[in-house]
Design a protein around this ligand. Structure first.
Ligand code: P6P
Length: 333
């Protein structure tokens, strides 16, 4: 029987590579692992409970929250609060920064920014959804974290990032800047077992992911790029295959393993793009770059953008290096 290496064992084995982790980051990742197990359990019976039903509240983005959005948000908050490593969080489901006041009298080194349940509108139709997290060391020394210094940091300063995809299996994929590693959840053992060590995204890809229903609202460069993807050209393996799930984690995870490009440009509905910089684009971009891919927002690298507000949206293009490099010809202003 193949030896199982759990996420916990893997983190400890590699802790010496994580120059800044004196155990706190390990413990923080462990609390995310716990939250992932709890959310996994509820998602897998969503159809049997009213957890996925609409609760008619709206989040700050005007998006209808379903009960699983709230459940996932509270679960991640509770598990992060229960340990002393995190002094505060930003969440898609929270209007403002949430400070863990209990932690202020201890040295809590980290802040976490998260989308606790991305793509949750897909749960009712059994489509994969995900949780996304981004971890920074706080910049202010002690006390209540400060939004601008501690949360509005560029993506290059992330110390760790990852996602959990709740799909045909539940996987946790993360990086601490030493490669990208994937762990598949075994509910019978209650562990995340190493299944994809040192993931590398293929440099070339044949999949493009974009909501073509927005075609008329796209900038001309994006319309031209879509046409490029659809042309017949054997040398460049075109036409590419169109795959779009409408769940960022699922669309990205497929492209990460198989190669491909994901595009969410500015549209008439979302003039600054739909996806949020801090807890969707930055963590996915960190993973993409660690896996040998690229992530840009028009003419900037995602990770170099200086955030201006916690729920800031940006146009987002991420995937195989050669595909992103080629896309630049179509979108640079
Ligand atoms: P559209 C889900 O609501 C989400 O935030 C991402 O997971 C996904 O990539 C995107 O929105 C889909 O947006 O406009 O294509 O439905």
């Amino acid at each position: 029987m193949k030896k199982i290496k759990t996420l916990g064992e893997f983190i400890i084995d590699n802790q010496q590579e994580i120059s800044y982790a004196t155990g706190e980051l390990t413990s923080l990742l462990s609390s995310i692992k716990l939250a992932a197990k709890i959310v996994h359990r509820e998602i897998n019976k969503a159809g049997l409970l009213d957890l996925s039903s609409i609760n008619h509240n709206q989040n700050i983005h005007g998006e209808i929250q379903n009960n699983l959005d709230i459940f996932a948000n509270e679960t991640f908050k509770d598990t992060l609060k229960a340990r002393n490593q995190v002094c505060g969080i930003v969440s898609e489901e929270e209007d403002n920064v949430v400070t863990f006041d209990k932690q202020l009298n201890v040295e809590s080194k980290y802040v976490v920014l998260m989308d606790p349940l991305d793509g949750s509108s897909n749960i009712d139709v059994n489509v994969s959804v995900g949780s996304i997290f981004s971890i920074f060391k706080r910049k202010t020394p002690v006390g209540r974290p400060v939004e601008i210094e501690d949360f509005l940091q560029p993506g290059t300063k992330q110390v760790a990032a990852g996602y959990i995809i709740y799909g045909s299996s539940t996987m946790l994929v993360y990086t601490t800047g030493n490669g990208v590693h994937g762990f598949t959840y075994d509910p019978s053992l209650g562990v995340f077992a190493l299944s994809h060590e040192n993931i590398k995204i293929p440099t070339k890809g044949k999949i493009y992911s974009i909501n073509e229903g927005n075609y008329t609202k796209f900038p001309q460069g994006i319309k031209s790029y879509i046409k490029y993807c659809q042309e017949i050209d054997k040398q460049t393996s075109r036409p590419f295959t169109s795959r779009y799930i409408g769940s960022l984690v699922a669309d990205f995870h497929r492209n990460l393993l198989k190669g491909g490009i994901f595009l969410y440009p500015s549209t008439a509905t979302y003039p600054n793009g739909k996806l949020r910089l801090l807890y969707e684009c930055n963590p996915i971009a960190f993973i993409a770059e660690q896996a040998g891919g690229l992530a840009i927002s028009n003419n900037k690298n995602i990770l170099e953008i200086a955030p201006e507000e916690i729920h800031q949206r940006v146009p987002f293009f991420v995937g195989s290096k050669d595909m992103i490099s080629h896309l630049k010809k179509y979108i640079f202003d």
